[in-house]
Design a protein around this ligand. Structure first.
Ligand SMILES: Nc1ncnc2c1ncn2[C@@H]1O[C@H](COP(=O)(O)OP(=O)(O)O)[C@@H](O)[C@H]1O
Ligand SMILES: [Mg+2]
Length: 263
């Protein structure tokens, strides 16, 4: 498997934006093929990447569950695993610049453990053929604990520039430790970073960070400025590919990825 980047943080903090920026950067750097995995059911990663996930893909877990049940006792013919892999292949959106796999969410009640396990195994096999994999997660870390990937090279916690944001990020870090998530490196990205207050830095989150991440493996790996263009473009449904090269969020993200991704 190529370089694997996973992003976590509380809702609305900018995870999907960062994931899309990462996909664009990796693709433009020629680290292709890039696989984007949308593991957040409430995401708009597809729109940000300029594609549309069809509604059928959203039910992939449900289909896997049903397939697994119906094939539970049968033998012969096409193997269960093969069928599931075919299902996943069909759900994959392929473009010149990246591929996107949206994990969807279970539609009904019931246990999805088995479906999640087989799905995870199949995704790992698929991801193995990519030069880079970017995982956009929901706030929890379930997808990282075992469902989708077993190991990531870089785990990024995202926080806004507030005490509360940093508290949440620290909690997610503690959770990651508890869950024994296997990450080669862990970093904090501060989004919407504020300029230090005039005459002091009381409100500057970057100054607060060391206190929140004492005794941890986390270091600040980058910060992205607040930028109206990014928000407005997202609201207008414009993709990340047309964000101007001089946009300050893009340039900050690009230099951060250049530091993080192994050459
Ligand atoms: N640095 C930024 N400046 C301005 N708007 C931003 C910035 N980062 C993210 N946003 C906007 O904030 C909203 C939430 O971001 P999103 O990436 O969807 O968060 P999450 O995936 O964590 O829920 C989006 O409308 C996005 O365009
Ligand atoms: Mg999101």
């Amino acid at each position: 498997m190529g370089w694997t980047l996973a992003i976590t943080g509380k809702g609305g903090v900018g995870k999907t934006t960062l994931a899309a920026l990462a996909v664009r950067w990796l693709s433009e750097q020629g680290r292709r093929p890039v696989l984007a995995v949308d593991a957040d059911p409430n995401t708009n990663l597809d729109a940000l990447l300029g594609v549309q996930v069809s509604s059928a893909v959203g039910s992939i877990r449900e289909e896997v569950k049903q397939l697994a049940q119906s094939l539970g006792t049968s033998t012969g013919g096409m193997g269960k695993q093969q069928l599931l892999e075919l299902k996943i292949q069909q759900s994959l959106i392929e473009t010149e610049r990246f591929d996107l796999l949206a994990m969807g969410r279970p539609e009904g009640p019931g246990c999805y453990c088995y479906a999640n396990n087989v799905l995870g195994a199949a995704v790992r096999r698929l991801a193995g053929s990519y030069a880079a994999v970017v995982l956009d997660n929901e706030a929890g870390l379930e997808n990282l604990s075992r469902r989708i990937v077993r190991r990531v090279d870089q785990l990024l916690f995202m926080a806004d520039s507030s005490r509360r944001g940093l508290t949440t990020a620290r909690r997610l870090y503690d959770l990651a430790m508890e869950m024994r998530i296997d990450a080669g490196a862990m970093g904090l990205v501060v989004n919407r970073a504020r300029e230090p207050a005039r005459g002091g830095s009381r409100d500057n989150s970057l100054d607060l960070v060391p206190r929140f991440f004492e005794d941890s493996r986390v270091t600040v790996v980058g910060s992205l400025p607040e930028d109206a263009e990014v928000g407005a473009r997202d609201a207008a449904g414009e993709s990340i590919w047309t964000l101007p090269g001089q946009n300050p969020v893009w340039t900050a993200a690009a230099s951060m990825f250049a530091r993080l991704a192994p050459t």
